[in-house]
Design a protein around this ligand. Structure first.
Ligand SMILES: O=C(CO)[C@@H](O)[C@H](O)COP(=O)(O)O
Length: 230
């Protein structure tokens, strides 16, 4: 049975105390750390790179780190992220000159590989490379910023992606990213997702004490997901 994974997007965390933020969200029950890399070229924003990934590992983070590359070109940064401790590395097919080669490179570097689909990017990019994909990430917002609203057409795309995965027989995670919150996470799971990125939906909902600031929101998300069986 596939387990549901909650992946807080640290884009919405307090960068002035990132290590503590990641510790707190993992202690609250999150499963993996979603790490958004933006280059002010492929997307109109600039964020963090391998140094920060390595710093989180040195800080003691042992949970999987799910690196979402919103960069172009893609290939030359992959070995750096692998060395920095990335677990998953996903990229946008439009940003790679040779998609099959990039997927192979990620696995050769010892990481799990993934393709990311913008809202208007067709799933046909999966044709011929499914055997080299560990994760399909569907963007339910246009990439570049946290705090946007979920684009409803993504529900149908999730259903199609779920069908592709189930028909393939490969062990591929289906991740959703953008506008995912406690109040829509059940519907997103019902459409086929098993890995749930949430930035503002988690980090903008602190509860009373610092050490337990994310407990209640993660609990609320788990309870909502538990209402949907797969
Ligand atoms: O990759 C991105 C945006 O490009 C996402 O990971 C966002 O950071 C998700 O943030 P919310 O929509 O959950 O606030």
């Amino acid at each position: 049975m596939t387990t549901d994974l909650i992946a807080p997007s640290i884009l919405s965390a307090n960068f002035a105390k990132l290590g503590e933020e990641v510790d707190n969200v993992l202690a609250a029950g999150a499963d993996i750390v979603h790490f958004d890399v933006m280059d002010n070229h492929y997307v109109p924003n600039l964020t963090i790179g391998p140094l920060v990934c390595e710093a989180l590992r040195k800080h003691g983070v042992t949970a999987p780190i799910d690196v979402h590359l919103m960069v172009k070109p893609v290939d030359r940064i992959i070995p750096d992220f692998a060395a920095a401790g990335a677990t998953y590395i996903t990229f946008h097919p439009e940003a790679s000159e040779h998609i099959d080669r990039t997927l192979q490179l990620i696995r050769a570097e010892g990481c799990k590989s993934g393709l990311v689909f913008n809202p208007a990017t067709p799933l046909s990019y999966l044709d011929y490379v499914l055997d080299k994909v560990d994760m399909i990430l569907l963007m339910s917002v246009n990439p570049g910023f946290g705090g946007q609203s979920f684009i409803p057409a993504t529900f149908e795309k999730l259903r199609q992606a779920r069908q592709i995965i189930d028909n393939s027989g490969f062990d591929i995670r289906l991740e959703i990213d953008g506008g995912v919150k406690a109040d829509n996470i059940a519907e997103v799971k019902a459409a086929g997702a098993d890995t749930f990125v949430s930035g503002s939906g988690i980090f903008s909902k602190p509860s009373a004490s610092d050490a337990h600031r994310y407990d209640s929101i993660i609990k609320e998300m788990r309870a909502a997901m538990a209402t949907v069986s797969r």
